[in-house]
Write a protein that binds this ligand. Structure first.
Ligand SMILES: [Zn+2]
Length: 396
């Protein structure tokens, strides 16, 4: 059993402890101390990192007997030694911001719409709270976000209360408690009382900001994802940089970007249709030009060519037409893939040829007797694969 120093003080980052137990599992060492400020992964919150006697702590695990196991790559010391532990402050503070923000969001969802938090995920990239509802409108989510940020801005005090169950049950708890004996209750101003063993900020303003970034429906419940604190500000900086670049590039105001991009997208669609129409018109010429490049490879008629401005549909049609005209194989490299067409009378199987080329290269693909494709190409001209088809045909 390890005394959890973060229960009393989440801001304590340097401490001394005595080694009770050491061991080695799967090439890594574990150290159990009599007391520790390191938070082990539990309750949806990630473990702390830092050092024990200057040895990097790479994981912290809560054992069934309540001992905290500090995982290191190097040996920390011997049983009975006193060690100095230092918790990484940046990671701890971000976890405190995330955990506090989660309480605030769960409290708001409960107070505003009587929603119950079913599970929480305080991940590396974002926080997710699963609520017992399958849908919330954008307006409702915006309202929740605004309410959370109002609470953050008010800088309400956050207090850790150690209360016997009977005492704790007199408080307006958000969720009923089930633990007998002393319960650790996190009080956020007058808006939330919740039993929790995690690390939290001392004032709501330390969370700085909460920004909802998305929702996902999971098993009939709604998972709401958000960013907090420095991660939210970093994300804002990234989005500011990208939208500024786009507005310069498209010579419009940031507020006009959505309309501008939508117009360009539509124009692009029409232009693609027009290019496809013109290419269809030019198809007989393209076939003639490719047929003129015919070579004979081990008695098989073959055309190899790079066509960097045609799509898969037109490329397939072209490969089939050329293969029929030369009564052999047409091997076309188009953007991001290769198309293989074979004529009916050639006795060659395009799908088998594709499989043989796959076995000889990093390309992957297959197809039917008369048409096959290969993917996994790099951008630009891929003429190096022409020698592969010649090699395959020579062996047939
Ligand atoms: Zn908590």
């Amino acid at each position: 059993m390890t005394e959890r120093l973060y229960y009393e003080d989440s801001t304590l980052l340097k401490f001394e402890g005595k080694i009770l137990e050491i061991g080695k599992e799967g090439g890594r060492y574990y150290t159990v101390l009599d007391r520790s400020a390191f938070y082990p992964t539990s309750g949806g919150q990630l473990f702390d990192t830092g050092t024990l006697n200057s040895k990097q702590v790479v994981d912290v695990i809560e054992r069934e007997d309540n001992a905290v196991m500090h995982i290191t790559l190097d040996e920390v010391g011997s049983r009975g030694d006193t060690v100095i532990g230092v918790v990484d402050s940046k990671r701890r503070f971000l976890q405190m911001q995330k955990h506090t923000a989660q309480h605030i969001f769960s409290a708001v969802a409960h107070r505003e719409q009587n929603l119950v938090t079913m599970s929480v995920h305080l991940g590396e990239a974002y926080v997710a709270v699963e609520l017992n509802i399958d849908h919330l409108s954008d307006k409702q989510l915006k309202h929740f976000e605004d309410r959370c940020n109002e609470i953050i801005y008010k800088s309400s005090e956050i207090e850790v209360l150690s209360l016997e169950r009977a005492e704790a049950e007199k408080l307006p708890l958000r969720k009923p408690i089930c633990r007998e004996g002393t319960n650790r209750i996190i009080r956020i101003g007058t808006i939330d009382y919740q039993a929790c063993g995690g690390t939290h900020c001392t004032k709501t303003s330390e969370v700085r900001m909460l920004k909802i970034i998305g929702t996902e429906k999971l098993h009939g419940q709604l998972s709401v994802q958000f960013l907090v604190g420095n991660q939210a500000f970093d994300d804002y900086a990234l989005r500011f940089r990208v939208t500024s670049m786009l507005s310069r590039y498209l010579t419009c105001n940031v507020h006009e970007l959505e309309d501008r991009v939508s117009t360009i997208h539509e124009e692009n669609k029409l232009l693609r249709q027009e290019v496809a129409r013109l290419q269809r018109e030019l198809l007989p010429n393209m076939v003639r030009q490719l047929v003129s490049q015919k070579e004979i490879c081990a008695s098989h008629a073959l055309v190899c060519a790079c066509m960097d401005r045609i799509d898969l549909k037109l490329g397939s049609k072209l490969a089939g037409m050329v293969a029929d005209q030369i009564d052999g194989v047409c091997f076309l490299s188009i953007p991001d893939r290769i198309i293989i067409g074979t004529s009916k009378n050639s006795g060659l199987n395009a799908g088998d040829i594709a499989k043989q080329i796959s076995a000889m290269s990093t390309l992957r693909g297959g197809g039917s007797v008369s048409l096959a494709q290969l993917g996994g190409l790099s951008d630009g001209m891929n003429t190096e694969y022409f020698d592969l088809i010649r090699k395959v045909l020579s062996a047939l």
